[in-house]
Design a protein around this ligand. Structure first.
Ligand code: IFG
Length: 527
């Protein structure tokens, strides 16, 4: 698209801009328009400010305008941005109160909600206003995609550092925009989890669901039941050494996620997917005999002992210690594939486990199988169906009981599904999921007769049976995770595969700068 010659003098620029904005403009929109930036998620509204270009100079400073109550958190957001700009530009980029060429203000309108923001780039300044520091962070996230890809470099790059003029007003469609990392089938270090958090935060995701316990490994320290990790966390799929997070490790993950405004949602999968716990404590088993550690990939063979009182004091200890380490308001109790738990027992168990979770001040979240249990107020049910009637019915049943539904359709949002038959790892039980299929669905209409108001948002789970390092995680998550993030953030009217595909192509150079091991899907014209 031909770009207008840039007027040399501001006045002409303003006149040109005014002229082009007027109904009298004779220039075709194709010539007048400056291409919109390749932003993901697509903002609610954006207006290119033709003729306005911001240049980040060596004297650039990041200014913070905030009330005393918000100043510390707003300054932290500013410091994160300034630190990255120092690394990539080599400039000093101080953070100053109330001034700066990049201004972050928490005096923004609350009409855009807690995560909303306004962003303006013109020749004189970049200004981001929001009602909260979280909104500032979302605005800075957009700014980082407006800067050249090299602005994310870890080492100084040559300028210039230009941003075309634009005015954006933005806020999310859904409150729940998440991804899940299965650290049980294969254990991932704190550093690897942080890397995943950093990449996910670049697309405005705000929930990190950690699948911390399953048949193959228990990954979070529980002081009152130490063998869960020392023994139950010792292996992983394939029999290689596993691992676990100490309380200090988990606190570091929570801190790092919190700095990027992602809330950690810990999952202790119950009553099924519990072989690691049952192997660790013989007394937890109905027959008093501990099974061996399991390093295969079957599911549905294990169950906590529903009839034993010990099971519930165990759960009280576990959910108590996990809740104490979770600033977020949700604890996930799993509930999936309890094929070795008679259904009546399953309902009894989930109802008791739910009471324990709410007893520790947290909302219950569970896979959609919990849809036919009591579901205390505030419950969230995670749909992982494949358009099948049974799964849809459970989600609808949950909604009729007042629960919210998070959409994780396995045949669209499961990032462990192969892209195509040649994908070197991943599974395919829910079908092959290419980049387009992962994007081309609407969270509020996928399940017929599920009220739109019941849909809390979306989550892209990444199961790790076949993924044993962060490179494989990145390969499966990118480029599909940004598409799910857009479904969670952008208005339904913005969802258009052809337009999205072009914006996605523009992310490739950013992932190269960040050394993301993404799948270069041939159908995307990466640039
Ligand atoms: N289903 C199981 C997961 C995992 C997954 C792999 C859920 C809720 C298949 N349960 O998805 O443990 O094995 O794609």
């Amino acid at each position: 698209m031909k770009r207008l010659l840039r007027p040399r003098r501001p006045l002409i620029g303003l006149l040109t801009a005014a002229f082009l904005a007027s109904p009298l403009s004779v220039v075709s929109t194709a010539e007048a328009a400056t291409p919109a930036p390749a932003l993901i998620p697509k903002p609610v509204s954006q207006q290119v400010l033709s003729g306005e270009t911001f240049t980040l100079g060596s004297s650039a400073a990041v200014g913070v305008i905030a009330s005393p109550a918000k100043r510390a958190a707003a300054t932290k957001v500013a410091e994160q941005l300034a630190a990255q700009l120092r690394r990539s530009t080599g400039y000093a980029v101080p953070v100053v109160p109330d001034a700066g060429t990049i201004r972050l203000s928490t005096n923004g309108t609350s009409s855009l909600g807690a995560e909303g923001y306004q962003l303006r780039v013109d020749r004189t300044a970049v200004t981001i206003t929001a009602a909260t520091p979280e909104g500032l962070f979302r605005g800075v996230t957009t700014l980082r995609q407006l800067l050249p890809a090299k602005a994310d470099s870890a080492a100084p790059q040559a300028g210039p550092w230009k941003i075309a003029g634009i005015a954006i007003a933005d806020s999310p469609r859904f409150a729940y925009r998440g991804t899940m990392l299965d650290v049980s089938r294969h254990f991932f270090s704190v550093a690897e989890v942080k890397r995943y958090i950093d990449l996910a935060s670049r697309y405005k995701l705000n929930k990190l669901h950690l699948h911390l316990a399953d048949d193959q490994g228990w990954r979070i320290q529980v002081d009152s039941w130490p063998r869960l990790t020392t023994y139950g966390g010792s292996l992983e799929v394939g029999g290689t050494p596993g691992g676990y997070y100490t309380k200090a490790d988990f606190a570091e993950i929570v801190r790092y996620a919190g700095e990027r405004y992602l809330t950690v949602i810990p999952e202790i999968d119950t009553p099924g997917h519990t072989n690691a716990a049952l192997a660790s404590y013989a007394e937890l088993n109905c027959n008093g005999v501990a099974p061996p550690l399991y390093t295969g990939t079957n599911v549905g063979f294990s169950s906590l002992c529903v009839g034993k009182e010990l099971t519930y004091s165990f759960l009280d200890d576990v959910f108590g210690e996990v809740s104490a380490q979770t600033p977020g308001d949700i604890v996930h109790l799993g509930g999936d594939e309890a094929h070795s738990t008679p259904h009546a027992d399953y309902v009894t168990f989930v109802n008791k486990a739910s009471t324990i979770v709410t007893g520790h001040g947290k909302r219950v979240m569970g896979w959609h199988e919990i849809g036919d249990t009591a579901l205390p107020a505030g419950s969230v049910v995670q749909y992982w169906g494949t358009d099948d009637t049974k799964s849809r019915d459970l989600a609808r049943q949950a909604a009729t009981k007042g629960a919210k539904v998070v959409m994780s359709p396995a045949n669209r949002a499961y990032l462990d599904m192969k892209y195509n038959k040649d994908t070197p790892y991943g599974l395919s039980w829910a079908g092959l999921v290419n980049v387009e299929k992962a994007y081309s669905w609407n969270p509020t209409t996928l399940i017929p007769n599920l009220p739109e108001s019941a849909v809390a948002g979306v989550e892209a789970p990444l199961w790790s049976e076949t993924l044993d390092d962060i490179d494989k995680v990145e390969f499966m998550a990118f480029p599909r995770l940004p598409g799910i993030a857009e479904l969670g953030w952008s208005p339904a009217s913005a969802l258009n595969w052809t337009a999205y595909k072009d914006r996605l192509a523009g992310q490739g150079s950013r992932w190269d700068v960040l050394s993301v091991n993404f799948y270069r899907a041939p159908e995307i014209a990466w640039r």
